[in-house]
Design a binder for this molecule. Sequence first.
Ligand code: CUA
Length: 329
Amino acid sequence: MCTVAYTFFMINKMLHIILGIFATSTLQSSSQQAEEINRLLNYFFWAAGFILLVVAVLTAYMVIKYRRREGVTNAKKQLNKKWEIAMIGVPSLLVALFFYLTIKTMHRVLPPAEGKNPDVIVIGHQWWWQTIYPTHHVISANEIHLPAGKTILIQLQSADVIHDWWIPQFGNKMDAVPGNENDIWLTIKKPGVYIGACSEFCGAQHAGMRLRVIAQDQQDYDKWLAAQQQPAAISQDTLIQSGAQLFAQYTCGGCHRINGTDANGEAGPDLTHIGSRKTLLTGLMTNNPHNLMQWLKDPQKIKPGVHMPDFFLDEHSLKALTAYLTALK
Ligand code: CUA
């Protein structure tokens, strides 16, 4: 069992070395927590490697030394007592050592939140992520902005079924369970875009429920938060105005929120600043007018099973709604 697990780990480690910078790998530590976990993993790697080597060498030695030979009988010999004690003692000590190291790492990576208020609340929905920044009264969706170089507390919740937060490079993986609040601590080392995925099967679009974290330095992060606090800016352009009317007419606001308008639904992603996002649908598509229009035209085609209904929009409605949403910067 140990050998099988070790072989898989070896393959992962080799792939990591070969693919290096191209791979989004658990072995890349982009957070302090991932660094702790990977340090522990390295201890396991070298200890298991050493044991594997010792066992392999001894096995080979025994096979050769005690092979069947003409006229030689290997007399039954009682095993030396000292060896027997060592054979039980050394593995027991190793198990105890690794138990201690594992507990220690767990405490460092996931200390109890003890009633501390989360910096960010991430809520899993079928099949998108809602983000709430409680102290700044900001609600956003799908592109999860977080500060780099600072330890933050993220609280995970779910609106429907169990989802799971996992960004391999951050190390920590945590379920979002309905009716429950799970916390993780995260210290992202450098600004950048980090990709992960929902890692608990949650229905038809589980595979399409990606995670996209945009880590920014404090200054950019504060700037982003300030921009998110602003209500949606809606211009007087005729096409955009027509789009705003259609948005109300089709009751899109029953599911979507656009801060500063009557739309205040929370069943679907917040759209207040959708025009400023780089991607659509948890990162499945680049955010541009063409893709947005394709999505509005036939949501089921792009994301089969999605809860967004098809409104059978005509060409003018598609153009007007696209113009309206694109302008929500
Ligand atoms: Cu959400 Cu899988």
